[in-house]
Ligand binder design. Structure first.
Ligand SMILES: NC(=O)c1ccc[n+]([C@@H]2O[C@H](COP(=O)([O-])OP(=O)(O)OC[C@H]3O[C@@H](n4cnc5c(N)ncnc54)[C@H](OP(=O)(O)O)[C@@H]3O)[C@@H](O)[C@H]2O)c1
Length: 265
């Protein structure tokens, strides 16, 4: 194992954007810790990454049920003795109106998208400080910047990540710890197929918007480039990026436009 290479820990590495980020880092020869719930899917990704030149360690975990994050961090550190980047990517979304979404579903989305990321990241910070620094890449979304139909809790969970990780970055700037907030628009992955309805059942459809999204490899390349440059925020999208600028600079116009958009397209 080449220890001059970086060690990258990726959650949600069993599919979609996490898988693509793992494959891109593998082509650069980096060491990878792959996490998600599904062991067999992680093995598939690990085999593909090994073939590309990466070295992989599989660390299964459930972000909704992290009993002992410190133990997971210790296990991750034992792979190469260091972690350079934690890519907080594992996540789920919804396709339900706020009024139709049960409290259980609200809590589940917050557990996976927010509390799970926070638990792993805060357990890693003392090790980063001891090591003289480290990086976090945090998968937010354009809906981490503005609200959107059928995404109330998803959007809330992503907004929460911005407040948490900006504060963490401010506190730890003096320790050489850097955070890159990644805000993609629609990326072609299984995210809408894996989405949940308001009653917790599976949505199970590839939305038209998703189908026309950016491919996951292009997204992964932009993420890695932003992390390499220690960018604090990266927006990844097409025309949907216009909404970010409307929200920031013309909020009145933003609202007039956003209420007319079909949230599945
Ligand atoms: N695709 C988009 O359009 C888009 C846009 C903006 C932001 N994002 C964000 O990008 C990230 C990745 O999404 P994706 O598009 O790649 O979707 P995806 O293909 O559905 O992948 C989601 C990943 O999260 C993992 N995951 C889900 N629940 C988990 C849990 N309880 N514990 C551990 N891992 C869990 C899944 O693995 P297991 O099922 O094996 O656990 C899977 O690897 C998410 O944070 C998402 O919010 C996606």
């Amino acid at each position: 194992m080449d220890l001059s290479k970086k060690t990258i820990w990726i959650t949600g590495a069993s599919s979609g954007i996490g898988e693509a980020v793992a494959m891109q880092y593998a082509t650069l020869g980096h060491n990878l810790i792959l996490s998600a719930r599904r062991q067999t899917e992680l093995e598939r990704v690990a085999n593909a990454c090994n073939a590309l030149g990466g070295k992989c360690y599989i660390l299964t975990l459930d972000l909704a049920d992290l009993k002992n994050p410190e133990t997971l961090v210790q296990e991750a550190l034992a792979f190469t003795g260091k972690i350079d980047v934690l890519v907080n990517n594992g996540g789920i979304t919804q396709r339900s109106l706020a009024a139709d979404t049960s409290t259980e579903v609200v809590r589940k989305i917050m557990e996976v998208n927010f509390f799970g990321q926070v638990a792993l990241s805060s357990a890693l910070v003392p090790h980063y400080i001891k090591a003289g620094g480290g990086q976090f890449a945090v998968l937010s979304s354009l809906t981490g910047i503005f609200g959107f139909g059928l995404r109330s809790t998803y959007s809330a969970s992503k907004h929460a990540l911005h407040g948490y990780f900006e504060s963490l970055a401010i506190e730890n700037y003096k320790h050489n710890i850097h955070v890159t907030m990644v805000c993609p628009g629609r990326i072609l992955t299984n995210i809408s197929i894996n989405a949940i309805n308001g009653d917790g059942s599976n949505y199970g459809k590839l939305d038209e918007g998703q189908k026309n999204g950016i491919d996951a490899i292009t997204c992964a390349k932009k993420i890695i480039s932003a992390v390499d440059r220690k960018k604090r925020e990266v927006l990844i999208g097409k025309m949907d990026l216009v909404m970010v600028y409307l929200k920031r600079f013309l909020p009145y116009l933003f609202f007039k436009v956003v209420v007319k958009l079909d949230p599945t397209k």
